[in-house]
Design a protein around this ligand. Structure first.
Ligand code: UD1
Length: 333
């Protein structure tokens, strides 16, 4: 029996493959290298000393997805594959719905056809929209504020409704806060193929001299230093959360629980930039810029449900996140 990891060459997918292999799981990986490269697969093999089956396949290709299920005995699917750039989703909503929803439907359809009953979904804290309060708990109201968020919410709703109709299905929804960092070996990390939009990849580009300007997106928010607060989580901790979720899915005879994967601690943009400069001994030369549209002043998780139910808790701190992100970036130039 194997676990199918879709999008396994991506940022969170590759780190999860490492943790799954290190904990003795058998995996089959599929990726179309849309926002990843084969280098990540070499990194996974090098870190773990283990090999695995890989399929270069697009989840929109139904027969390719079916082929993976027909050639392997898939016990669970961990579904990472999907487009994730918020501004692009606003410009190209159809593309996001088409890829993320259609692709997921294909996976779920093949699961049904081949009798695979357990699904772990890569959701996001974006499903809380702009929360009314912090820390954010799993029972908070859900809403989408952009097409990317809509695709996450639609897939979550689909899982809940499928599970309600068939209570022997096990679907676990993992809501990520802000994943950053890289594997401590520096062999895998975040390597976006296009122009980055998230804070840490932008910081890295500035540190590498690949961009001229790094701006704090507003310093007039109602927070202690005026910049926005987020719950940054080291990608290795996040990956370990998936190992715990896979074990939980194995125990459950059915259900569709959602878990926040965050640290429960918020950091401001200034704190991130200052920590990055200090631990890496780099002057980022950042400036204060305009607010970014749609940003909530403060979002951080209450991760206690995940701790109680999954026996999982983030261990690494903001210094590790900044050091490891830079260590990977330096090695990959
Ligand atoms: C963003 C997405 C969210 C997605 C998440 C995935 C938006 C509005 N939200 O969350 O849906 O699930 O990424 O990781 O895009 N910042 C700067 N300067 C910059 C870039 C960012 O100060 O050049 C600030 C932002 O204002 C924010 C923080 O850094 O306060 C983090 O930004 P980002 O990494 O884009 O994450 P989120 O906005 O939290």
């Amino acid at each position: 029996m194997s676990l199918l990891v879709t999008g396994g060459a991506g940022f969170i997918g590759s780190h999860t493959c490492v943790e799954l292999l290190n904990s003795g799981e058998e995996i089959v990986v599929m990726d179309n290298f849309f926002n990843s490269t084969p280098k990540a697969l070499d990194g996974i093999r090098q870190i773990t000393g283990r090999n695995f089956k890989f399929y270069e396949a697009d989840m929109l290709d139904k027969s390719a997805v079916d082929k993976i299920f027909s050639e392997n005995n898939i016990e669970q699917v961990i579904h990472f594959a999907g487009y994730k750039c918020v501004p692009e989703s606003v410009k190209k909503p159809f593309l996001y719905y088409s890829n993320n929803i259609r692709g997921t439907l294909n996976i779920l359809e093949s699961m049904e056809k081949y009798g695979c009953r357990k699904f772990v979904f890569s959701s996001s804290a974006t499903v809380y929209g702009i929360p009314d309060a912090v820390p954010v708990r799993e029972d908070f109201p859900l809403s989408a504020i952009n097409p990317y968020g809509s695709t996450k919410l639609i897939i979550e709703n689909l899982c809940r409704e499928m599970q309600r109709a068939d209570n022997t299905l096990t679907m676990i929804l993992l809501r990520y806060f802000n994943p950053v960092g890289a594997h401590s070996s520096g062999l895998i990390g975040e390597a976006p193929t296009g122009t980055p939009n998230n804070l840490m990849p932008i910081v890295i580009e500035k540190a590498l001299g690949k961009r001229d300007r790094l701006a704090v997106a507003g310093n007039d928010y109602p927070t202690p230093d005026g910049s926005c607060i987020r719950d940054y989580i080291h990608v290795t901790d996040l990956a370990k959360g998936h190992v715990a979720a896979v074990k939980k899915a194995r125990e459950l005879k059915g259900g569709c629980p959602a878990y926040n994967l965050g640290t429960g601690r918020g950091y401001s943009v200034f704190e991130i930039l200052d920590t990055f400069e200090r631990v890496n001994n780099i002057d980022l030369g950042y400036v204060v810029g305009e607010r970014r549209e749609g940003d909530a002043p403060e979002i951080y998780s209450d991760p206690s449900f995940a701790e109680k139910e999954l026996g999982w808790k983030a261990q690494l701190g903001i210094e590790d996140m900044c050091k490891d992100a830079w260590n990977f970036a330096k090695k990959s130039i």
